[in-house]
Design a binder for this molecule. Structure first.
Ligand code: GRG
Length: 297
C-alpha cells in the first residue's frame, strides 16, 4: 500500500481509537468487570476496516469528520460485539481473537454475553445522542439502517444461517446469501452511514455506493476464507483453519483457492466500476478496497 494510504489509514485508526476510548465507560466505573471486558474487546486491536470505509465514504460525500467518527464508532462497536458473541462456546468456541485470549476466556462467559449486549446498545446510544445529519429524518434513517444491518435480517440472521449450514453442502448462491447478511450487511452500513453524514449525495449516488459496498462486503468474505486456509494463526491473530475444522462451507471449499482468488478480483473490479461516476472523489474508497483485497490478516 502507498505511504499516503498508510498515513491516512493510520490517522483514521488513531481518531477512532481515541473516540472509542473516550466513550467506553472507564474501568473504575461500576460494574468494573463488565467495563473492563468492554474496553478489552474494543480497544487496541483490529484493522478497523469498517471505520476506514465510513471515513472514505464520508470524504467522498464531503461529510464533517466529527460526525463520521461517531457513525464509524457505532459500526465498530457492533462489529466488536459480534466478535465477542461469535467466539462464545455456543457459537464458534474460539480462544484467540486479535492476538489475545477471547473475551470469555479472559473474563467469563456471562461477562462476554453482557459485553456484547452492552457494546451493541452503546452503538445506538452514540447514534441517538450525537448530531449526525442536518436532517433529523436522515439521522433516523441511519439509526434504522444500522439496526436492520445488525439484526435477524442482517448480521445476526446471517450468523443463524451459518450455524445451520455446518456440515452441509451449500450451492454458491446460498453461500452468497449467507455472507451478504453475516458480513456484508455491516460493511454496507459502514459505507452508507459515512456517506449519509453529508446531505450532498442524491438517491442515485447513494444507490451506487450501496452497490459498491455490497461488492466489497462479499470480497471481504472471500478474502477472509482464503486467509483462513492460507495464513497462519500467528499472522491472523485468530485461529487459522477453523472453517475446515468445523466443516463449514466456504468460498475455498466450494470454488478452490484459484477460483476464489479470481472471484475476489472480479468483485474488486465490480466495486471499482460502481464508483466510476464519482471520479477522483472516490480514490480513498478505491484504496480501502485494495487494502481489503490485498490484506494478509
Ligand atoms: C454473533 C450476532 C453475531 C454475529 C456474528 C460477523 C460475525 C457474525 C461473526 C464474526 C466471525 C467471523 C470471523 C466472520 C468472518 C468475517 C469477519 C467478520 C471477520 C472478522 O472481521 P475483521 O477481519 O476483524 O475486520 P478485526 O479484528 O480486524 O476487526
Amino acid at each position: 500500500m502507498s505511504a499516503d494510504f498508510q498515513n491516512w489509514a493510520g490517522n483514521c485508526q488513531a481518531r477512532i481509537e481515541t473516540f472509542l476510548d473516550s466513550r467506553l465507560p472507564a474501568t473504575d466505573c461500576v460494574p468494573i468487570r463488565l467495563h473492563k471486558a468492554m474496553r478489552y474487546s474494543v480497544l487496541g486491536g483490529g484493522k478497523r476496516v469498517r471505520p476506514l470505509l465510513s471515513f472514505a465514504a464520508g470524504e467522498l460525500a464531503g461529510a464533517d469528520v466529527g460526525r463520521v467518527t461517531v457513525a464509524a464508532a457505532a459500526v465498530e462497536l457492533i462489529h466488536a460485539y459480534s466478535l465477542v458473541h461469535d467466539d462464545l462456546p455456543c457459537m464458534d468456541d474460539d480462544i484467540l481473537r486479535r492476538g489475545k485470549p477471547t473475551c470469555h476466556i479472559e473474563f467469563d462467559e456471562a461477562t462476554a454475553l453482557l459485553t456484547g449486549d452492552s457494546l451493541q446498545t452503546l452503538a445506538f446510544e452514540l447514534l441517538a445522542e450525537n448530531r449526525l445529519s442536518d436532517s433529523a429524518e436522515t439521522q433516523l434513517t441511519m439509526i434504522a439502517q444500522l439496526a436492520l444491518a445488525s439484526g435477524s435480517r442482517g448480521m445476526a440472521g446471517g450468523q443463524a444461517f451459518d450455524l445451520d449450514s455446518v456440515g452441509k453442502t451449500l450451492a454458491l448462491p446460498e453461500l452468497e446469501f449467507m455472507h451478504i447478511h453475516k458480513t456484508g450487511a455491516l460493511i454496507r452500513a459502514a459505507v452508507m452511514l459515512g456517506a449519509r453524514c453529508s446531505s450532498r449525495l442524491n438517491e442515485a449516488q447513494l444507490g451506487k455506493l450501496d452497490h459498491f459496498a455490497k461488492c466489497v462486503g462479499l470480497a471481504f468474505q472471500v478474502v477472509d476464507d482464503l486467509l483462513d486456509t492460507e495464513a497462519t494463526t500467528a499472522t491472523l491473530g485468530k485461529t487459522a483453519g477453523k472453517d475446515a475444522e468445523n466443516n463449514k462451507p466456504t468460498y475455498v471449499s466450494i470454488l478452490g483457492i484459484g477460483q476464489a482468488r479470481e472471484l475476489a478480483e472480479k468483485l474488486q473490479y465490480d466495486a471499482d466500476r460502481a464508483l466510476d461516476d464519482f471520479g477522483e472523489t472516490a480514490f480513498r474508497l478505491r484504496q480501502v478496497t485494495e487494502f481489503i483485497i490485498k490484506r494478509k490478516f
